[in-house]
Design a protein around this ligand. Structure first.
Ligand code: 8PZ
Length: 516
């Protein structure tokens, strides 16, 4: 992974690799040479502390030149990079530390001694100055492997674990670099681009951005997470760093689109936007297209178990009657397929089924969870005798007559209401069509011994009083079957989002349960 990320250091050492915003008028550039040198310095310090092949290094940091250098340093030692964000709640940090037993817990800022997980053998800090150990890792008996190979784990990303405990997705060097190569074949950015990254380091979207930028000899522009929610500051970072590509989940645009859309029309250097993680509401996307007329927009689909899977250019302008955005076709080197409930390939256009992904980018398995791994990496349904395993994405999709795929929701969130399959996306689509509604989310609230409840939340346009609930429900009733009409409708001042920036449906459902 480090060889792929730092290849440009040999070809254009003086080019910017990371452009960091340190405050108004204070933008700092780290060149590829400097990044490679810092990675070497870190690797030397970690090797000296006894870090070797297969050892986990738990890193608490935002995306930065130091974090990227540490990622490359771990890779060069065959160590496993386990990123968590400074805003990760302590219990989750503890769970990850207990599960991975890191030889080293490193952080960029001193977030207090209480956040140091006792399970970490060694602890310390790192930054542009180097590595400072507070506690060296305890000496350990000699281990097996001596040098890293490409099938070894490069990193472990813990999913948000919607169902219970978070699962550690183990990605090998081979899987990551195969994906990076497949993505590079799309020609999304070039050497003079500056890729603004807005996701937390614990979300592999950040790792996609790093590979997209550095793999193309371009620069990574970390957007300070604290500034994301202030439209003026967000726009200032993009302008002052000269960002040409802005990557992030749909919610990064919401505040600016709602409150100060005119800020975006000043960003005439932005020529590309890439989003992933969930569906981008079409009226917001249409708005963004109008405000960034020169920007090519790409819908990137995939799950952490393969980093991502497909890229689709968003039609410009977005057709008025657009039902849903395509997620495109699998990137070079991989293939998507749809199977029915019995695992048989579905070929007819328009027929939904579960999406499977085949190719070299698949994850190794869930950390210390062989059963979950077995459930996700299944025998190839076309020819099980080959022993090849393919990824069950857990998503439903259909294919159109041109072979392009369309996301149809999570298989496990396909809920039955009074015996009928409900597509939450369809309900949300309808809610957003109601005049004065700027955003919407629909959730199913499962209560013990009663029918599941279908609840909806609508976000009014700024300055608008919330729409009347009975009118909205009547509006839904005109096109949706009765079982898909929300039984409860709330007006909210904002849609809650998860740490990774997706709409937090768990929080919304909890509000209904608590009768809040
Ligand atoms: N473009 C989409 N439309 C609609 N639903 C989607 C989409 N991208 C994911 N998803 C959903 O999110 C799930 C994956 O969730 S995840 O494992 O937390 N990973 C992510 O969300 C990010 C993913 N690793 C990634 C990183 C970088 C680029 C692309 C994708 C997918 O299975 C889909 O259900």
């Amino acid at each position: 992974m480090h060889e792929f990320l730092l290849a440009a250091a040999a070809l254009a050492p003086g080019n910017p690799a990371v452009v960091e915003y340190a405050g108004r008028g204070d933008v700092r550039t780290v060149t590829y040479r400097q990044l490679a040198e810092r990675a070497d310095e870190y690797a030397g310090a970690l090797a000296e502390a006894g870090v070797g092949v297969g050892d986990c290094v738990l890193l608490e940091s935002d995306t930065s030149s130091s974090a990227i250098a540490m990622l490359a340093a771990c890779s060069s030692l065959g160590a496993v990079f386990v990123p968590v964000s400074p805003e990760t709640p302590a219990p989750r940090l503890r769970w990850i530390a207990r599960t991975t037993e890191p030889v080293l817990f490193l952080r960029t800022h001193d977030t207090g001694p209480e956040r140091i997980p006792p399970e970490a053998s060694g602890t310390g800090r790192f930054g542009p100055y180097g590595v400072e150990l507070d506690r060296a890792p305890a000496p350990r008996e000699d281990r097996g492997w001596r040098r890293g190979v490409e099938t070894d784990p490069a990193y472990v990303i813990f999913t948000s674990g919607t169902t219970g405990r978070p699962k550690g997705v183990v990605m090998s060097h081979r899987a990551v670099v195969s994906f990076y190569r497949g993505m590079a074949a799309c020609g999304i950015v070039g050497g003079s681009d500056r890729v603004a990254t807005t996701s937390p380091l614990q979300f592999d979207f950040s790792l996609l951005d790093i590979g997209l930028a550095l793999g193309s000899g371009a620069a990574v522009v970390p957007v300070p997470r604290t500034l994301l929610r202030w439209p003026r500051r967000f726009a200032a970072v993009l302008r002052e760093t000269g960002a040409t590509q802005v990557n992030g989940v749909p919610s990064i645009w919401r505040q600016t689109l709602r409150r100060e859309p005119e800020l975006l029309s000043g960003l005439d250097r932005v020529r590309g936007v890439l989003f992933c993680g969930e569906e981008f509401p079409s009226h917001e996307l249409r708005r963004l297209q109008e405000l960034l007329p020169g920007a090519r927009m790409i819908n990137c689909y995939g799950s952490t178990e393969s980093m991502a899977a497909s890229f689709a250019e968003v039609p410009r302008p977005l057709p008025e009657d657009l039902e849903r955005l395509s997620i495109g076709t699998a990137h070079a080197g991989a293939e998507l397929m749809i199977v029915d409930g019995d695992g048989r390939p579905v070929d007819e256009p328009g027929v939904p089924g579960e999406l499977l992904l085949r190719g070299p980018t698949l994850f190794t398995g869930y950390w210390n969870d062989p059963r979950a791994t077995e459930a996700a990496l299944v025998p190839d349904p076309v020819n099980p005798r080959t022993g090849q395993r393919v990824l069950r994405t857990g998503d439903l999709a259909h294919r159109d007559e041109h072979g392009r795929f369309y996301f149809r929701g999570r298989a496990d969130s396909q809920v039955q209401i009074r015996g009928n399959r409900v597509e939450l996306g369809e309900i949300e689509h309808r809610l957003r069509d109601f005049p004065g509604v700027a955003g919407a989310a629909a959730v199913v609230v499962e209560e013990p011994d009663t029918d599941p409840l279908l609840a909806a939340f609508v976000l009014p346009e700024p300055g608008e009083r919330g729409p009347d609930s009975t009118e909205v429900i009547a509006f839904c009733r005109t096109v949706l079957p009765e079982y898909m009409v929300p039984q409860r409708l709330r007006v909210v001042s904002e849609l809650p989002i998860t740490e990774n920036g997706k709409v937090d449906r768990g929080e919304l459902a909890a509000r209904c349960r608590g009768g809040r």
